[in-house]
Design a protein. Structure first.
Lengths: 308, 308
């Protein structure tokens, strides 16, 4: 990617991911001016205050003027509307990427839009439990994977746009993988959506237990519970939209999960120690593989403990 | 706790917790000599090699000679047998603590033993996903909670032993709470046992999915899955024994969990965005409380990300 590949980048929706990509693009020197728009005026103000955007835009239309790169980083539920406006109003030939955690819904929304802009659906698999423009940071995508699920367009301009999007992700430190949106939505259902659903469920179940106080749950959370609260602290609106828009894949992997859980529940009820140990023994190798692949730090307890 | 409160401490079972307590006791200067015994000769050798114990013992009997503090840090399933031997053979008046994650089974096993030794059931709510004598470290218990569930003995010598055990935990940096074993087993079922069961289940379900490869699960694990593999990498034998020995409480909280999960499953199936958002919004406050209580680091993503 040559320096300043884009003269003007517009970030639509300036939360954790949008603001991180803004910072990362600036650090990589791939964009000249970065403008930003958000449906919340307060978020636009904060994004300008913390230096994520060079120029706040008062409207979506204003943000699109002259932009040759448009990043759609709103919750998934807002994307169909935003993409339709962009396809109608943005500069011809602009590259439009989104960063949504569900791709089928985005591909469907983009399929029938005017091909005068090039919409390349993307999903950088990276994040933290924090939200808002202040939470972003330039190295968020470093060594993470960004998945591209191209539209069914095979014209040369579109293929060039897909390559351009891949180069952009590489410029901010990510690895890139291309796949079809159906496979993305199933793979992410197991590696991201189901873990979030389970974490939200566990925290809800704990909240409902009358016989154990919240103070006790807090005190004894180091027994394992606290790990789940990190994920359960993620943005509720973003995750609401993920589940509404990836229903089939989530219900499919949830079915697998509840089957496995029923098996373990039965083993506990019947004191079947052998089955329990056999299932539990499978966890270590997968973690080792994740650490070996550089997707996790090689320290116990996520490095929480100070070993003075 | 006065310096060298114990002249000779025997650690029976030298894994993560036993070896951490050995190191912590040495650092705090509360024990003169520390001897260690494990059913595995290899573990005894490694514990001596990494300096956790001053003197390896060739048998349980040898470890007990002259010991005024005995720490039982075996898996919960082995405790009844070990405690019975200790009650028969240890020096009269010795303080015996265990560190098991289930307390009902330990209290039951200890109740009818000879009161010539003072068995004080304990559970330090601390740990990592690693195992073995090399994994232990002195600061593991710092600012964590150690729960004591005393036996139904009210003689003066026993009450003094309970105080002595509490002082020991405070000397190694822990806070102490006393409660009955039934309440312990329910509170820990929700804060520790169920989170582990869920993590083991999720990893098992991912392993069984033919349509998504292990390589993909590894690559995209930063979407949330990797958090669960930390817990699922915990010692399978230790956890097998926890579930076999805390069946009722685990099945009770598991029932609450599956009810909550069914509610969310239904909301996903019917596209009930409002219910999803409402449930998801509950996660943040509990995490904030855990961070405020010093039970979790106040950094996004467990501090995994380097923000260069």
């Amino acid at each position: 990617m040559t320096s300043e590949s884009f003269s003007r980048a517009a970030i639509i929706g300036i939360g954790l991911i949008g603001s991180s990509l803004g910072r990362a693009m600036r650090e990589a020197g791939v964009a000249g001016t970065i403008v930003g728009f958000d449906q919340s005026p307060d978020v636009i103000r904060r994004a300008a205050a913390c230096g994520v955007v060079d120029a706040p835009a008062a409207s979506l239309d204003e943000a699109l003027v002259g932009a040759d790169l448009i990043v759609v980083s709103t919750p998934v539920g807002a994307m169909a509307t935003v993409l339709a406006e962009i396809a109608a109003k943005a500069e011809a030939g602009a590259l439009v990427i989104d960063v949504g955690s569900v791709k089928g819904a985005v591909v469907t929304a983009a399929a029938d839009l005017n091909p005068r802009v090039h919409i390349v659906p993307c999903h950088p698999v990276a994040g933290t439990e924090q939200s808002g423009p202040e939470a972003g940071f330039a190295s968020l995508f470093k060594d993470r994977w960004s998945i591209i699920t191209p539209l069914a367009r095979h014209d040369e301009a579109y293929l060039a746009a897909v390559k351009c999007a891949a180069d952009l992700w590489r410029a901010v430190g990510a690895h890139v993988e291309l796949m079809d949106h159906q496979h993305h939505d199933l793979a992410l259902a197991i590696t991201s959506h189901l873990p979030h659903l389970i974490a939200f469920t566990l925290v809800g179940a704990a909240d409902d237990l009358e016989s154990v106080t919240e103070a006790e749950i807090v005190k004894y959370s180091a027994g394992g519970f606290r790990d789940f609260t990190r994920i359960a602290a993620s943005d509720p609106v973003m995750w609401r939209d993920v589940f509404v828009n990836n229903k089939d894949a989530v219900l499919e992997v949830l079915g697998r999960f509840t089957e496995e859980l029923a098996l373990l529940q039965r083993a506990i009820r019947w004191g079947d120690a052998e089955t329990l140990e056999k299932v539990f023994a499978r966890g270590r190798s997968l973690r080792r593989a994740i650490v070996a692949a550089g997707q996790e730090k090689d320290v116990p307890n996520f490095g929480r403990d100070e070993k003075a």
